[in-house]
Ligand binder design. Sequence first.
Ligand code: B12
Length: 499
Amino acid sequence: MNRVLLFNPRSANYKPRIPNSILSIASSIEGLYDYVVVDGNLENDPWDKIHRYLAEGGFKYFGATSMPGPQLKQAIPISKKIRELFPGITIIWGGYFPSNQSKVVLNSGYVDFVMNGPGERSFPALLDALNNNRPYELIHNLIYKSGEQVIKTAKDELYDPDELPALPYEKLNVFYPLRRYLGKTYLGTKTIAYHSSMGCPFKCSFCAVVPIYNARWRGKSAQLIYKDIKYLKNKYGGNAIEFHDNNFFVSEKRTTEFARLIKPENMVWWGEGRIDTIDKYSDASLALLRESGCRMIFFGAETGNDEILKKMDKGGTQTADGIRSFAARMARFDIIPEYSFVLGTPGDTPEQVMKQIDQDIAFIKEIKQINPKTEIIIYVYSPVPTEGSDMYNKVLQSGFHFPEKLEDWISPQWDKFDMRKNPLIPWLTPEMINKIKDFETVLNGYYPTVSDVRLTSLKRKTLKALAAIRYKTGMYWKPYELKALQILWKYRQPELEGF
Ligand code: B12
């Protein structure tokens, strides 16, 4: 028997979403292999379930997906235990973390293969090679060890998403009722998580998508997206959509075609896009997006400093002025821009880094003045290995290095690193981190996010009143009173939890 166990480790918010990574992999072996899915987001003790499956026998492969951060807390110990107790099982990891950190993953000794980016073609090809004792060295998108050497095979061209098999929603429903994945969010009571494209056509020097997709993007056609959404709506009652694409809005034609199709369905939707891309959309297109239910769009604004924007390689056309005028333009169409900023990027001296943090704080306040509905997400810069970029070179020069042992990624020191909240970055002093976090607390007090559906209007007003003096005077230092209320009211942060 060649059974396959696919594992989605628990992510930050414990709020289940349709697990698209594992479902895409499942779709590639549908009808070829007997497989089961274990979802850490829906299990109190996923190891218990996994152990019971493996003890049944017949399993030859264990496939896990992982982002950096909390998912590793299950992916690492569980893979390790499987290696100890079931040494005959081949362990394969995929997703953003192992693709970007393949060396440390393979050196652990308990992961045999890493899928480097899309797995829809390479995963079945790998299983086929292993089952038939055939060489796997020529299969694309693979990383493995040969002796002490880490080998990366060639990358496949991006697949045409329209040609990939449909996701096996019905099969997932056998393991976990699909309804449990359609959660309540700011967008609706039954929110569908959907992923409609691969990659991103840009090469921002801080982004983890770049090493994997190398500025390539392909989108599923509007009709097929609509067909899937309609199915999930009719069969399971989905009434809102979160598009999880790295960049949903690359093609105005595709976006507007989708908007026209979805408009009569009365669904609210959200996605991620680029300021300069969407600013090129016509007024008619933007109006159509809003009418079709697009309520909010996530954008990487990053910083108000044009020099840094250039270093970030944002494609050259994103500028501070563009960020400002676009916030105003979105207000005209009643679409909320959700702007994310990366504070604490490397500088030549500590004074320069601090000055930049202050300037970014001032810029964020300016944006809020231009369009108070703008949602602000603040990240502390955490490096990703974008080899060759100026920014990453600067990071390396500062003495920064990633953990050398896989388990170190879940040590208390590192486990928050990729939550972009508490990075171990040489050029950022505790004073700088505190300033960023204190400002964030005050900002979230003065402008609580609309996406927190539990926060009543009374709570909002209380937070705002309490934060007003600090926000207006710039006294962000140690805002314990606000923090206490945010903890008490379980204030949610979209950057960590999604909606
Ligand atoms: C949904 C999502 C979340 C959700 C998870 C929801 C949930 N409850 O499960 C939430 C909001 C919780 C979240 C949180 C975080 N996320 Co997140 N998230 C995503 C997002 C938007 C979609 C993931 C997805 O479903 N993709 C669709 C599938 C089809 O693509 P895929 O995962 O790449 O899978 C393909 C291949 O990678 C491969 N593959 C994947 N898994 C496997 C497994 C096997 C066995 C095989 C063979 C192949 C394989 O094959 C798949 C099909 O081609 C991605 C961005 C993106 N568009 O992918 C970011 C992303 C993965 N997240 C990221 C990060 C950093 C985080 C956070 C750590 C920090 C943050 N603040 O964003 C937190 C904490 C994560 C955690 N571990 O809990 C980064 C990772 C960057 C990096 N440094 O590697 C991404 C890339 C966003 C970004 N551009 O920065 N996230």
